[in-house]
Write a protein that binds this ligand. Sequence first.
Ligand SMILES: *[C@@H]1O[C@H](CO)[C@@H](O)[C@H](O)[C@H]1NC(C)=O
Ligand SMILES: *[C@@H]1O[C@H](CO)[C@@H](O)[C@H](O)[C@H]1NC(C)=O
Length: 794
Amino acid sequence: MKSLEAFLDTILILLIFVYQPFCLSLVLDSITPNNTVKDGDVLLSGQKTFALGFFSPGKSRYRYVGIWYYKDPEKTAVWVANRDDPINETSGVLAIDSKGRLIIYAKDQNSPIWSANVSVPSEKSSSSFIAKLLDVGNLVLIKQDNSTVIWQSFDYPTNTYLPFMKLGLNRKSGLNRFISSWKSADDPGTGNCTYRIDSTGYPQMFAYKNRVPFWRAGSWTGQRWSGVSTMTNGFLDNTSYVNNQDEISVMYGISTDSNSVFSRFVIEESETVRQFTWQDQGHEWVESWYAPNDWCDSYKRCGGNGNCDPSDVSRFECVCLPGFEPRSQKSWELRDASGGCMRKGGARTCEGREGFLKMTRVKLPDTSNALVEMGLSLRECKKKCLKDCNCTAYTSVDETKDGVGCLSWHGDLVDVKTYSNTGFDLYIRVDATTLVKESQSKTLLGNIPPETFLKESDLGDDRADSDVPLFDLHTIAAATANFSVDNKLGQGGFGSVYKGILSNGKEIAVKRLSKCSGQGSQEFKNEVMLIAKLQHRNLVRILGCCIEEKEKMIVYEYLPNKSLDCFIFDGEKRKSLDWQKLFNIICGVARGMLYLHHDSRLRIIHRDLKASNVLLDTAMNPKIADFGMARIFGGEQIEADTNRVVGTYGYMSPEYAMEGRFSIKSDVYSFGVLLLEIIAGKKNTIYYENFDSNLVGHVWDLWIEGKALEIMDSSLDKSYASEALRCIIIGLLCVQELATDRPTMSAVVSMLGNDSALPRPKQPAFVCKRSYTSGDPSTSGGAKSVTCTEVEAR
Ligand SMILES: *[C@@H]1O[C@H](CO)[C@@H](O)[C@H](O)[C@H]1NC(C)=O
Ligand SMILES: *[C@@H]1O[C@H](CO)[C@@H](O)[C@H](O)[C@H]1NC(C)=O
């Protein structure tokens, strides 16, 4: 008995001995030359608001030194020391070295893995240095004899902008503080996106990807950024902006009226700036704001002298500023405004009869070419601008100081947007003719302009049409058995779809939108109502919508035959479709698209046409679903739930995939891919064994060799060969590289409907060839990995 106890004791001691170095983690309140932070230890701030220690982000196995909000169970890092210098095991130590530098070292390394950038401290003994984590999340290195901070983590932000952190330029030391994205959620290494102050002209906040701006928060207007229409008050109330000879910087605080509302801003590699707010109840960070938020937020969306107005869904959101016209009418019609606008033909703006028109509720133009004169009043500002023929617009500098300070633009007016409620006044220079014309529509010339002049564009008379029904949540919940899994029809980029049966026996399909739509309820309702009025036999009917308790749902007619992809790619089911039925489906989809593009009052670009978005009724007539979703979702959230690029890659036109530009011609591209898929019974996104390239490339190769019909599966009746060949050529015409080469949907419908001679297609875009490089584990496709190269047109 005794000996057994002794034996167990020995084991215990042994275990403690063996595990001690791994188990004993310390909680520290400071780092000194004798007190280091080992992997596993935690350094806490005085009030335990923030913690510092080693961590591994996401799925990474590397170790980093980071700071996180102490209450956050996820330990979301708000700062990372060695972001670009990971440690691949757990021997890391954060310490103050003999010279008084803050360093991270690891076993078997001769030199530190990371060190704080301090101008080499004096010969003084290192014992006079101490590092502490402050309660705002700032790690500071202090020289104890004179209590000076010689280094602080707030001067070297990573991807997070915290309260009390200063962003901007110290003009004396040259230190520029800005945030930059992580490479991915698993890799805090320096990514390509930054959010920073640009001090060119009149300073502005910009978000860049690889130095190219993608969003402009704009210039400081006394209490907010000119390009930020909404942000929590906690942010707005406590922002301090400094621009003097010493520095240009901005800092925000925590609103004092509500206790402990803690927030952070993060720039992400996906070109988004987000604000998160800490929720004590849920113990989590909750997203409270983000930008860009609609597509008018994309920098320079409507080119020089264009104005992006997202309020009127019945037309293209880009319009020219008053007195201007599109530089290229043709690309404007294709919804490409990148060329911008020029003064209306022959208009002169330097002959003494011109004047200014007042626009209200706008995002002020890019101020990198703007001039500031604080001594001038608004009236003097106008006078001065009028005399200078190159002066194109002016306004007040600071909205909090009424009419003081002159901000004037010289050259193109860039990145203007119209807001629905907030926004600024802008006085823009127009020629005499425009001035007279606009003055007749309620605006005055030369003098201080009185009123808003840009009126809400009217939506036409039929807006008062009988509204589509608003369903209440109870009705929908009852119809779908409380959104039961059994009733779920599918999951798409925008949310889940459920089958439901109303109390009167009518079957419905309910699309429950994922909660990331940036829109308010009224806006959502308006847009669903507008889109619900589009009626065509080849479009799925919208029966109504439901907006309650943060839920947004669209109610559709129910189609029992599910979607086209279930049929055309399924060997068995495909047999039920003969050529006549396939051709009927192709023509139906084409007519539905034509209606969206040209015939409907709204002119909708679908943006996500694919086989799974074409539903079939009992007679196998095609009905296009999910049209207008870009409108409803306010922009670029097409694949809200799916990986943005992989999701519907096979259907994306080159101008969309590479430049994010949509037009009716990008829909035509998707239609072409779909048409070829219908005929071949094969997906463009899947790599087939006996193909040298993706479907589009394979069809092209066959066509060049004069064997295009080989793409049709053998089950199809070859007596329709000439009609099928015609379809293949039309498909190839639709997927041509250049948008201008592709036919419009009306040309497609006409080509499908008669026997006229067809043009010869040029080489398609995105011919993807098989790649023989060894599998890169980072690409999700795995064995099916293919490289896509944009092939030059011959
Ligand atoms: C380190 O600081 C010096 C000046 O103090 C600066 O010139 C240098 O760019 C900094 N290096 C890094 C990596 O920040
Ligand atoms: C950053 O941009 C470069 C150049 O465009 C690209 O090669 C790299 O993959 C990008 N990095 C990330 C994390 O996306």
